[in-house]
Design a protein around this ligand. Structure first.
Ligand SMILES: Nc1ncnc2c1ncn2[C@@H]1O[C@H](COP(=O)(O)OP(=O)(O)OP(=O)(O)O)[C@@H](O)[C@H]1O
Ligand SMILES: [Mg+2]
Length: 383
């Protein structure tokens, strides 16, 4: 939303109009107008279609299916393979560069497993990123990790850890409390526990080492006395890990997590998935993308999920003229959106520049960041 919108005297009217149009669109009928109050002029009914309650392109965190256009997260992974590994009690890794959809996929997997359609599992998600601030202070980091685990469980209605984790920490100390908590938590319920650990590689040195070693130590007790399956998710492939101490020295030569059976990589969108995402906007609002615009979104992003969303959010929502749903989004609109994105230097672009180490991703992001000459934006196909 731009500040200019607030200066527009028709703005409140537009907002109520938007909500009514939204109700029509959500029910699959874009021209359903019967619910409109008579005092809204007919002209206004057609003119404005910008919506506050329809789904949108998401550029902030994991997708929420009810709020955001999305490619179903579990269609982006080899779900059969993942379910097979979970059933076979494997511990494995899911990794991908920043802003690819890892957390969205994990949350969808958690919900799928907890629905019970795939067998009798209870699945918990935990994000251990908050422990990063403790660096190699194992005691502080483990306290944060156990607290996060108890909080996530509590939010999903499981109070077991909340009642015991502080006692476990004081009895077993930071070098054993995670393992001890997982054993007791697993024993407390006959349903096999599946644990999804997000941002695992935000942990460093001794802290990372201790988490991995405690998981390895309990591995043989699964599924009764330890999680049946653990998915570690992060940017790097843990099998390639060399664990360094804060001072830079190597404290573990290879991966100490040698029980990890497999490492899965979440890919960027394929061109068909990119189009599928944009088609959702067209289906919900009636606003088309010209064939050239569709192509331009693909060539500019190569399917990098956040970039696709950011370009389209700008072109279709943030930019005033893009909010006219009777007008198709053109290739020029996409290029304008790209320029605005570069000028705004959104956080994620900086993150992508610093954190994506892969050549394949850098080829996509670097030209967008550098604002380079036109030919540098034509990024070619897959490697
Ligand atoms: N299934 C999806 N459909 C559409 N867009 C998606 C999807 N998954 C991710 N995205 C895009 O990627 C962004 C980041 O999603 P998410 O937080 O799940 O990724 P991540 O890989 O966990 O990121 P980070 O590495 O920063 O934790 C979203 O805000 C959205 O723009
Ligand atoms: Mg994430």
């Amino acid at each position: 939303m731009t500040l200019g919108m607030f200066a527009d005297p028709s703005f409140p009217l537009r907002r109520s109009q938007e909500r009514l149009e939204c109700a029509g669109a959500r029910s699959g009928c874009h021209d359903r107008r019967r619910g409109l109050p008579a005092r809204i002029p007919r002209r206004a009914r057609r003119r404005v279609t910008y919506s506050t309650c329809m789904r949108r392109f998401n550029t902030e965190g994991p997708i929420r299916p009810e709020d955001h256009y999305h490619v179903p997260p579990l269609e982006r992974v080899d779900l059969d393979q993942i379910l097979d590994m979970i059933r076979r009690k494997r511990y494995f890794l899911l990794h991908a560069p920043r802003q690819t959809g890892k957390t969205s996929a994990l949350l969808a997997l958690r919900d799928l497993l907890n629905r019970g359609e795939q067998g009798d599992f209870r699945c918990e998600y935990v994000n251990v990123e908050a422990a990063q601030a403790h660096r190699e202070d194992l005691s502080g980091a483990m306290r944060t990790i156990l607290g996060a685990l108890a909080d996530h469980a509590l939010l999903s209605g499981d109070r077991f850890l909340d009642g015991v984790w502080l006692d476990i920490l004081s009895s077993f100390g930071p070098g054993g409390a995670l393992g001890a908590a997982l054993t007791r938590w697993s024993l407390a319920d006959p349903k096999p526990l599946v644990l999804l650990v997000d941002e695992i590689d935000s942990l460093v040195g001794d802290t990372l080492l201790s988490v991995l070693r405690q998981l390895r130590a309990g591995y043989e007790q699964r599924p009764g006395g330890f999680p049946q399956s653990v998915v570690l998710c992060g940017v790097r492939d843990l099998q390639d890990y060399r664990i360094r101490s804060g001072s830079g020295g190597m404290i573990a030569g290879g991966s100490p997590f040698n029980v990890a059976a497999k490492s899965l990589r979440l890919a960027d969108f394929a061109e068909a998935e990119t189009r599928k995402l944009l088609a959702q906007h067209t289906a919900e609002t009636g606003q088309a993308f010209t064939p050239e615009a569709l192509k331009m979104v693909w060539t500019q992003t190569q399917g990098q999920p956040w970039l696709v969303n950011a370009l389209c959010a700008d072109a279709c929502f943030d930019n005033e003229s893009g909010r006219d749903r009777s007008r198709a989004v053109t290739a020029a609109d996409v290029l304008d959106a790209r320029e605005r994105l570069i000028l705004s230097r959104r956080t994620h672009l900086d993150q992508l520049a610093h954190q994506l180490e892969e050549e394949r991703v850098r080829r996509v992001v670097e030209p967008v960041l550098s604002g380079g000459d036109e030919p540098r934006y034509h990024l070619g196909g897959a490697p």
